[in-house]
Write a protein that binds this ligand. Structure first.
Ligand code: PGA
Length: 260
């Protein structure tokens, strides 16, 4: 696992965009996350698209998760969110932006089809991840099997509380979601997890320094060969090994394929 610490979320976004750019240039299959954390990265990618000609035309994308019970047309569905925050502002073909159907009548079939679609696309080349304050990745809540596959899950009360800010009240937050499993996410060839802000400091420590445990689903990244964790100073504040991580800044040129 490589750990990169920058002062601000804006600086973190610069590094994330630079890690993603060579993949985008080769028409990679991108794994996209929603939530507040990746938005500065998306804004930087949109800027590079507009000002530097970075083209997504050959890319396809798969979203990590979707609220179950929200139709695609709902403004808080992740189908709508990713279009508003990223894909409507770049040149990726809309039909190449895949996500789980939160209105699926048969969720068991939906998750099976989604796994198949990812496989048919040749897998995800580079996956962007956020982390929940409870250590979740995608909507894999604590106690999720570290080998779990895409499935229907009940949201943790903390996730419902954290996400209430996107809705008029916490009563409106869906209680269920369809999510790629941890095992599914771990099959992506590269992972970039971004955590910013003091609310993520405990989760970041559990991810990086805690035991490998279903209690912190993000700790599964400890088993991945190409995982990069990007933190701002606030999210890195609780790390015991902070001085070491800062001293061992990655040795590969940002954006090149590496193994760690
Ligand atoms: P956030 O969510 O980026 O909105 O904090 C991250 C997550 O829950 O994975």
């Amino acid at each position: 696992m490589e750990i990169i610490i920058r002062h601000t979320p804006a600086e973190v976004a610069q590094v994330a965009a630079s890690l993603l750019e060579p993949f985008i240039r080769t028409g990679a299959t991108l794994g996209l996350a929603t939530g507040s954390t990746p938005n500065p990265t998306y804004q930087e990618l949109i800027r590079r698209h507009r000002e530097e000609g970075l083209s997504f035309a050959k890319c396809r994308a798969f979203l990590l998760d979707e609220y179950y019970g929200l139709p695609a047309s709902h403004e808080q569905s992740y189908h709508a969110t990713i279009r508003r925050e990223l894909t409507h502002h770049i040149d990726i073909a809309d039909e190449n932006v895949h996500s789980l159907d939160g209105a699926a009548v048969d969720p068991a079939q939906e998750v099976e089809d989604y796994e198949e679609a990812i496989e048919d696309a040749g897998g995800v080349d580079i996956q962007i991840l956020g982390i929940g304050t409870n250590g979740h990745i995608a909507f894999n809540e604590p106690t999720s099997s570290l080998r779990s596959r895409t499935r229907l899950i009940t949201l943790h009360p903390r996730t419902v509380a954290d996400n209430a800010r996107f809705f008029d009240s916490s009563d409106e937050v869906p209680r269920h979601a369809l999510t790629q499993g941890i095992g599914t996410i771990m099959e992506a060839r590269h992972l970039i997890l971004i955590a910013t802000g003091p609310a993520k400091a405990d989760a970041a420590r559990a991810l990086i320094e805690g035991p490998l445990s279903a209690s912190c689903p993000a700790s599964a990244l400890q088993l991945h060969n190409n995982a990069t964790v990007l933190l701002d100073e606030a999210a890195a504040a609780n790390l015991e090994g902070l001085a070491y991580y800062k001293a061992k800044e990655p040795y590969w040129p940002v954006g090149e394929t590496y193994s760690c």
